[in-house]
Design a protein around this ligand. Structure first.
Ligand code: FES
Ligand code: FES
Length: 140
């Protein structure tokens, strides 16, 4: 489907050379941050999205303190969210990511971290956008 469209050729690259590693300034009003942990193993993933004024994601970065599958899952997630609206990325499923990376069943929770991190990042940016709109309204 459209959500699984790729911009580069090789899935192995997500393990060997993960994309979009890094961080944006958390206090930037155009940045949404999702920080989630996996109860099963204690691994942690931070995924950030940068949005334009229409709620489209123009860039994404991640930092993952976890296993290789979690790192690869975050790498795929940051690639897939780019260019999409914050509503659209909520439909990205961990099963799509797992399938894309051919993760074995025991590694499904690693891709779940990525789905959860996307959702948390969207929640954060939605709260920021709401606060900004309220402030604008109060000033008007
Ligand atoms: Fe990178 Fe598909 S191979 S997102
Ligand atoms: Fe926990 Fe992969 S083993 S995120």
């Amino acid at each position: 489907g459209q959500l699984t469209r790729c911009y580069h050729k090789n899935v192995v690259e997500h393990y060997e050379n993960p994309r979009n590693v890094g961080a944006f300034d958390k206090s930037d009003p155009t940045v949404g941050t999702g920080l989630v942990g996996a109860p099963a193993c204690g691994d942690v993933m931070k995924l950030q999205i940068k949005v334009d004024e229409n709620g489209f994601i123009v860039d994404s970065k991640f930092k993952t303190f976890g296993c290789g599958s979690a790192i690869a899952s975050s790498s795929v997630a940051t690639e897939w969210v780019k260019g999409k609206s914050i509503e659209e990325v909520l439909t990205i499923k961990n099963s799509d990511i797992a399938k894309h990376l051919s993760l074995p069943p025991v590694k499904l929770h690693c891709s779940m971290l990525a789905e959860d991190a996307i959702k948390a990042a969207v929640k954060d940016i939605q709260a920021k956008m709401k606060a900004a709109a309220a402030e604008k309204g109060a000033k008007a």
